[in-house]
Design a protein around this ligand. Structure first.
Ligand code: NAD
Length: 264
């Protein structure tokens, strides 16, 4: 972790760049939600240290009713996020959006915590889907999570069937080997390319294609800032790398932004 005065300098620097930016895009990963008690995948307490990756495999979900039954139960019990609360980092991001300083928030997270912290839908791109809803794997209709919890599971399928078409239901988060939502993905690439400041928060930047987004931004001349506890493969491209907990670092950035704007 960086010494305190280094962090203060970094907060001020990022605040200056934020105020000056024409298009700030914020890109978040599992690390922004660890302070809400949701484990990331690759940190020391990460999910991979405890769970079999097959649990998150899309082909296995399609093939195996027992796995579907288990995954639906996890979803019913809260899965990633439904029982968690946004933390100081989510609220700081939401405040920057509310101050009119953010073009959009692109998240790899499926926990829905950005929306719950107050980032409006039209500023949020959940490129790995979201557990805020469940989806039909045949007609792709989405249903709010609360609604699907009232549904009975089909005994043979292990999960409820879509009321519109009878297809298999699945939580809205994208599994391994499952296609990413095409509209959100296309829009995320467009926004990344148009950014002049691209802020990464809590991502190991090893999960592709999402991890390509900072590179698209830098290629078009954006300044890259990375706030992450551990090194990433793109640190060498960044104008600023901050090794701090997002929930401890970002509120100071918001405070500095407000001071700068007040002084202007
Ligand atoms: P990752 O697990 O690969 O990396 C998380 C990174 O965040 C790590 O490098 C870690 O050092 C850092 N980190 C952890 N806590 C932090 C904190 N408090 N402040 C700053 N940095 C912190 O996560 P990823 O890059 O998002 O890729 C994982 C994939 O798994 C994504 O596709 C994501 O959708 C999914 N996932 C989502 C959730 C969620 O929705 N909350 C949780 C686990 C995994």
């Amino acid at each position: 972790m960086a010494p305190v005065d280094e962090l203060l300098q970094a907060q001020l620097q990022l605040a200056r760049w934020t105020v000056a930016a024409r298009r700030l895009v914020i890109f978040t990963g599992a690390g922004i939600s660890t302070e809400s008690g949701i484990p990331d995948f690759r940190g020391p307490q990460g999910v991979w240290t405890q769970l079999d990756p097959r649990q998150f495999d899309f082909q296995a979900y399609l093939a195996d009713p027992e796995l579907r039954r288990q995954r639906w139960q996890v979803y019913r019990d809260g899965g990633l996020g439904a029982n968690a609360q946004p933390n100081a980092a989510h609220f700081a991001v939401a405040e920057l959006v509310q101050l009119g300083l953010v073009d959009c928030v692109i998240t790899q997270n499926v926990d829905g915590l950005h929306a719950r912290a107050g980032v409006p839908e039209d500023r949020l791109l959940e490129i790995h889907g979201s557990n805020r809803f469940a989806k039909c794997l045949s007609c792709w209709k989405r249903y709010p999570r609360e609604e699907t919890l009232r549904w009975e599971s089909d005994p043979a399928a292990g999960v409820p069937l879509c009321p519109a078409c009878g297809g298999l239901m699945k939580s809205g988060g994208v599994s391994f080997g499952e296609p990413m939502p095409p509209d959100e993905t296309r829009e995320a690439i467009r926004r990344a390319r148009a950014a002049d400041l691209f802020l990464v928060i809590g991502s190991s930047l090893v999960v592709y294609p999402a991890a390509a987004l900072p590179g698209y931004a830098v290629e078009r001349g954006a300044r890259l800032v990375i706030v992450n506890l551990s090194p990433t493969p793109l640190d060498h491209l960044a104008a600023l790398v901050v090794r701090a907990k997002a929930g401890e670092f970002l509120p100071g950035v918001v405070a500095a932004v407000k001071q700068l704007r007040g002084a202007a």
